[in-house]
Structures are given as C-alpha cells and as structure tokens.
Design a protein around this ligand. Sequence first.
Ligand code: PMP
Length: 401
Amino acid sequence: MALEPNRQSVYLDYAASAPLHPKVREAMDPWLDPVHAGNPSAVHRAGRQARTALEDARDRIADALGIHPLDVLFTSGATEANNLAIAGALQGDAQAHVIAGATDHPSVIEPLTYAQTQGRCTLTWCTPMPVGNPDCGVIPAEHVTAALTPQTRLVVGTLVTSELGAIQPISNWLNAMSVHDEQANHPIWSHIDATQGIGRVPLEDIAARCTSMAISAHKLGGPQGVGVCIVRRNKTIISPILGGGQERGIRSGTIPVALCVGAGEAIAHAVNNQQREQQRIQVLSDSLVDGLTGTSWTPTVRSPHRVANIVHLTAPDTDTETAVMALDRAGVYVSAGTACQSGALKTSPLIKAIGLAPTQATLRLSMGWASTTQDIAQAVSALTKMAAGTAATGNMGSCVF
Ligand code: PMP
C-alpha cells in the first residue's frame, strides 16, 4: 500500500508508537539481509552469527540497566511481558492477593481481572491522587502500604502512567514492600511496567530491585513487535507459551534477530542519552504548556510529577473525539487522553480513577526523538484556534485552521 505523503504533519503520539530511529534502522539493516537469515538456535555459521548478534543486543540492554544479561528475555512487546510476569507471579498460589494501580495499562488490568474471575487472586486497585490535588495522577507509596496484607504475593507498579504521563514513586513502593517482606517473612513479587518510563526517568535502582519488568522497543524509536521481560534468573515461569524452549523456556518461538538487535539499539540509546534528550524534550514540553496558558486547555499532571515527553490536557464542555479529529485535519496527530471515552457508554477507568468530569475533552500529546520546536508551535497554534473557536461557536468541529 502506498503511504500518503504528509510533509506538513506534526506527529505528537510517541507514547502510542515512535518513528523508527535512524540508528536503529542502521543496526537492524544487516539482519534483514538474507545472507544473515540464520536462526539463532542453529549450529551452522549463519546461526552462530545470529546468536552472537542476539546476545550482543541482550548485553547492551543489560549494561544500560545495570542488570545481568540472563535476566533479559525478549518478547513481542510489553503486553506479552506484563502477561508473562503476572502468570509467573500467580503460579502455584491457590489464592494470592495482588495490588496494582487503577490507572495501569490494560495488559496489566485484563490478566489480573481474568485471574480474579477464575478465583486465582483477589485484587486491590490503588487509586491515584485526584484532579485538583497538586500530586494529581500519583499513587503514593502509603496507598500501597495500606493495601499490603499477609496474603499479598504480587505488586504491579507502572513507572509512568501512559495516558497521564504521571511518574509513580516506584522506589518508595519497593521500600514499602521490603519492610513488609521482613515483617511477613515471605517475598512479594514486584513487577514494574516500565514501558513509558524507560529512557525518560532514571531506572537503574528499580531495575536492580524488582522481580520483573516490562519494556517495549517501539515507544523509543525501536521496531514494533519486540520488547523485553526482565525476570530474575532464579525465577521460573510455567509459561502459557509452550514450544521450543527459547528464552529460558519462558518465551518459546524462533527469536527475531533483527527486531531484537533493533530493540537493543533503541533501549541502549534511549537510556544512555536519557539526561541530554530529556532536557531537550523538557524545553519543548514547557513551551507547549506555557503556550496554552490562558486557553481552555489545562495540563492534568503538574511538574515534577509529569514525565517530560507526555502532556495530558483537558478542556471543559468539549468532546474528545471531535477535538482529536479537528487536530487531525490541522495535521497535528495526538491521541485521546483516555482509552475508551469517545462514543463509549462505559466510563474510562482513568476518568473514574482521578475524578475527571466526563464532559471534559482529554488529549494526550507525546513527544520523542524527532520532535522539534516547530512541531510544538504548530500544535499550540491549532489548540489555541480550536479553544477560541469552541468559545465562539460551542463546536470544535467548526474550527477553521
Ligand atoms: N504498558 C504501557 C504502560 C503502555 O503504554 C503500553 C503501550 N501502549 C504497553 C504496556 C503495551 O506495549 P506493547 O505495545 O509493546 O505491547
């Protein structure tokens, strides 16, 4: 299919998926060539070369995070990593108590809810601080402490909430759990969904201390369809995926070398350049928020709780889907700030969790490696015109850009 040329467009949906970084493309390129089409499990030279490239990618990820390479397992993405880790943590226990965040990604919420309906666990959802609170979006460690019971076997923490961009105090959560572990005398499995946090916020302390962690390559300029599940090498997971026993038997299936090489490059590059790149993104993010001051668009999560690259906005008495489509017509690509608000009868879990009015529009603008000041200027201009148009006509769809 030929793609539409769209040179005027502004892509501000990196939290959904980022464009492939040129360094990643370059790293992957040789492994897309038929000459290198080896299966990394094969014993011939092509297979051995593929295995070397694969293990090099694994080492790069481990080095970037300061962990052992044997803890790094390649998966198809963070959805699979979250599912595998949750399956591992719940295996063996007749009925485990689990704590997770009410604003976690569906790939955390759905497997937990399913396990609950099967009678395999009971659940406590920790809710974030509501709209209007200076810490809006944050789930404080005290909420986790209050939820811990002698039966708690798993705590799932999301480092950065994908819709809101709220940074969760995961190190404090891990401290609360270790105090509890000492008193209760049994270890709790800590699983961290780091998908939106890696390369954006410091992670080494968390990577060293958690039991498992989910990462996705495509949020960072890596290819879609590959991610990482970090699982301590002393843990076994009776995997729902049975087959050839690859990746410690936890993730059977031929390992896609080119994708893993791309993931290695994307993750290592994002983590190793994090400080410089996040400073650059912070400037863009601040100019976006400053540029919207005085309009009806208000950022939901305030600094310092907001990750630099995600800005969640609300506007009163406005329809989200209309706003997203109006921006689309102006060439500005953003996502709805809630997973299932538009046209749905069901209220989004996010709206319920932080107490947003259902009549508010919610947008998520997210930036990344190719975002520029011009992109932000164009987005601010479109959002400002839209807000002015809405005020004048009460209808965003009528805005002319
Ligand atoms: N967790 C979070 C926090 C996410 O934002 C996403 C992607 N939207 C996922 C998990 C799932 O990632 P993937 O697309 O790699 O399955």
